[in-house]
Write a protein that binds this ligand. Structure first.
Ligand code: XMP
Length: 513
C-alpha cells in the first residue's frame, strides 16, 4: 500500500514545493485545501500531516482556518511558517506582529538536539525566513527546539503528540539542509518507507486504467510533447489496441516532427496511430491573417474541428484521455493578497467542446512534470521525447511574425532545425527551458558573393525558466552564437541576418506572438 503525507494548503506559494520535496523522499504526498474536514483526511489514512505556510496572519478576519479536529487525528503534524501560528491559535499559544519582518537568510541554532526533526544535522543551520508575525508564547505541550537572531521559537515541538512547528521554510532551496529536515519528518517521525517509486506508480496506474476502462476504447490526442507522449505510452501499456492515438499535422510543426512521432509510437511502440494531415486546411485558413490573436483563434478552432472529425473516423470510443498534470488540477487557495493564487499555471487542458460526449481519463493528474519524465523513461520512451523542450500548440505560427505562408514556414523550419541541432550538439539543449528561431519578415540588405540580397531576419531566442511564467535569456557562448549565425545564413535561403533576443519575461514573453 502506498503511504501518504497530506499537505493542507493555506495559500503559500511554496505548497507545491513541499509536495515535491516529500515525493523526492519516495513518499507520496497530496495537497488538500486548508478547510478539508478531519473526517475526510482520516479516510485517506495518512501517515502525517503538513500545514503549509500562507500569506495571512492567523488573526486576520479572512484568515484560512482549518477544522480544529485535525489536531486529534493522532498523526504527526508539521506546521511550516503560518502552520506554526495555527498551533498557537488552537492550542493556546500567542502570536504577535514582529517588530520587523523577518525576511531572507537567517541562522538557526538548534538548542534541543534530541528533537527528531534535526537528527543528523549540525547545531547551526542556514535557513530561509519569510514572515511578519511571530510566536511569543508557546502553545500547550510544546517545548522550544531552535532559535534564530529574531525568534526564540524558530522551531518548537510537542514530543508526546509528535507536533512540530517551524518558523522558517525547510522546503526552499535557500534552506540548504531543509531536505534533511523533511526526510526526518517523513521517515523518522511518520515512519514512512520508500514506497513511491515510478515503477510502483506505473504498476498501480496501469491497474487503475484497466479497471476504469474495462473493455471500452480510448482516444488520445497525441501532440508529440512530453505529457501526451507519456500518457500514450502508459495507456498503451495498459490497454494495447483499445487505445487509438490521433496525431494532427497542422502544417506548423518542426522539421521531421511527424516522422519522429510515427517512428516512436507507430513503428517502435506499435501504438494504433491515426495520422491526420490537415496542413493544407490550417495554412489556407491562415492566409492573409496577421493579427496574433486571430491566428491563435483560427488554429484553436480548426484543431477542434479536425480532431472531432478524426474521432468520428476512429470509431466509437467511450473515453478521451488527456495528459493533465498535477499542477493543473490543484485548486489554488483564493486568499486576498495571495501571490500563489495569481500565479496561474499554463495549461493546455480544456478547449474541447462539451458536446464531445466522452468520459475523461487523466492518468498523469497526480504527477509533477519531473515525475512524468521519470515515468516516461520507466516506460521506455527515448530521451528525445522525454526531455524535449516545450513547443506551443499553435506551433511555428507564433514564431512567424505577420502572415504565415508555406514558404515562410519552410524558412523557419530550416532555421529551427539548425538551432535544435547545434544547441543539442553543444550540450545546452537539456539545460535550458527553450531555444528556438523566430522569423521576422522584414527585409534588409546584405551581400552574398557579388550579389546584393534583400532577405529576412532570424531572431534567436534561448531562455531559462522554472515553469514558463518568468524567464531570463540564456548567456550562450559567442562561439555557439557564431556557429548558429553562420549556418543559418549560409544554409537557409531567404535569410541574410541573425539577431539575438536578450529580453526577459516579464516584460517580454517567451514566444514572440
Ligand atoms: P509565453 O510566450 O506566454 O510562453 O511567455 C510561456 C510558455 O508557454 C508556451 N506557450 C504555449 N503552449 N499553447 C501551448 O501549448 C500555446 O498557445 C502557447 N503559447 C505559449 C511557450 O512555448 C512557453 O513555454
Amino acid at each position: 500500500m502506498t503511504e501518504e503525507i497530506v499537505i493542507l494548503d493555506f495559500g503559500s506559494q511554496y505548497t507545491q514545493v513541499i509536495a515535491r520535496r516529500i515525493r523526492e523522499c519516495s513518499v507520496y504526498s497530496t495537497i488538500l485545501k486548508y478547510d478539508t474536514s478531519a473526517k475526510e483526511i482520516a479516510k485517506r489514512n495518512p501517515a502525517g500531516l503538513i500545514l503549509s505556510g500562507g500569506p495571512s496572519s492567523v488573526y486576520a478576519a479572512d484568515a484560512p482556518i482549518p477544522d480544529p479536529a485535525i489536531f486529534n487525528l493522532g498523526i504527526p503534524i508539521l506546521g511550516v511558517c503560518f502552520g506554526i501560528q495555527l498551533f498557537a491559535h488552537f492550542l493556546r499559544g500567542k502570536v504577535e506582529r514582529g517588530q520587523r519582518r523577518e525576511y531572507g537568510k537567517g541562522t538557526l541554532k538548534v538548542k534541543d538536539r534530541a528533537c527528531a526533526l534535526f537528527t543528523g544535522l549540525p547545531g547551526k543551520l542556514q535557513v530561509w525566513n519569510s514572515h511578519a508575525d511571530k510566536l511569543t508564547k508557546l502553545p500547550r505541550g510544546f517545548q522550544p527546539v531552535a532559535v534564530t537572531e529574531n525568534s526564540d521559537y524558530a522551531a518548537i515541538e510537542n514530543r508526546a503528540k509528535k507536533f512540530f512547528g517551524l518558523q522558517f521554510h525547510p522546503e526552499v532551496a535557500h534552506t540548504p539542509r531543509g531536505r534533511h529536515i523533511i526526510r526526518n519528518f517523513v521517515h523518522r517521525i511518520c515512519g514512512c518507507g520508500r514506497t513511491w517509486t515510478m515503477k510502483s506508480y506505473a504498476h498501480q496506474a496501469i491497474e487503475t486504467i484497466r479497471e476504469t476502462v474495462g473493455s471500452e476504447r480510448v482516444i488520445l490526442g497525441l501532440s508529440g510533447g512530453v505529457d501526451s507522449s507519456v500518457a500514450a505510452a502508459l495507456l498503451h501499456r495498459a490497454l494495447g489496441d483499445q487505445l487509438t492515438c490521433i496525431f494532427v499535422n497542422n502544417g506548423l510543426l518542426r522539421a521531421r516532427e511527424e516522422e519522429v512521432v510515427q517512428e516512436v509510437f507507430g513503428r517502435n511502440f506499435k501504438v494504433k496511430l491515426q495520422y491526420e494531415d490537415a496542413s493544407n486546411l490550417f495554412l489556407n485558413r491562415l492566409k492573409g491573417v496577421t493579427d496574433p490573436e486571430r491566428k491563435r483563434k483560427i488554429i484553436g478552432r480548426t484543431f477542434i474541428e479536425v480532431f472531432q472529425a478524426a474521432t468520428r473516423r476512429a470509431g466509437k470510443a467511450r473515453f478521451l484521455a488527456q495528459g493533465t498534470l498535477y499542477p493543473d488540477v490543484i485548486e489554488s487557495v483564493p486568499i486576498a493578497g495571495n501571490p500563489a493564487a495569481l500565479i496561474k499555471s499554463h495549461h493546455n487542458v480544456g478547449g474541447l467542446p462539451k458536446k464531445m460526449k466522452f468520459e475523461l481519463v487523466e492518468p498523469l493528474k497526480c504527477l509533477f512534470k519531473d515525475e512524468v519524465r521519470r515515468l516516461g523513461l520507466e516506460l521506455g520512451l527515448p530521451n528525445e521525447i522525454v526531455f524535449r523542450q516545450p513547443f506551443p500548440g499553435p506551433g511555428l505560427a507564433v514564431r512567424i511574425l505577420g502572415e504565415v505562408t508555406p514558404s515562410r514556414c519552410a524558412i523557419l523550419r530550416n532555421a529551427d532545425a539548425i538551432v535544435v541541432d547545434e544547441i543539442k550538439k553543444s550540450g545546452w539543449y537539456y539545460k535550458i527551458w527553450q531555444s528556438f528561431a523566430v522569423l521576422l519578415p522584414v527585409r534588409s540588405v546584405g551581400v552574398m558573393g557579388d550579389e546584393r540580397t534583400y532577405d529576412y531576419t532570424i531572431a534567436l531566442r534561448a531562455v531559462e525558466s522554472q515553469d514558463g511564467m518568468t524567464a531570463d535569456w540564456v548567456r550562450l557562448p559567442y562561439e555557439l552564437l557564431e556557429k548558429l549565425s553562420n549556418r543559418i545564413i549560409n544554409e537557409v535561403s531567404g535569410v541574410n541576418r541573425v539577431c539575438l533576443d536578450i529580453s526577459s519575461k516579464p516584460p517580454a514573453t517567451i514566444e514572440w506572438e
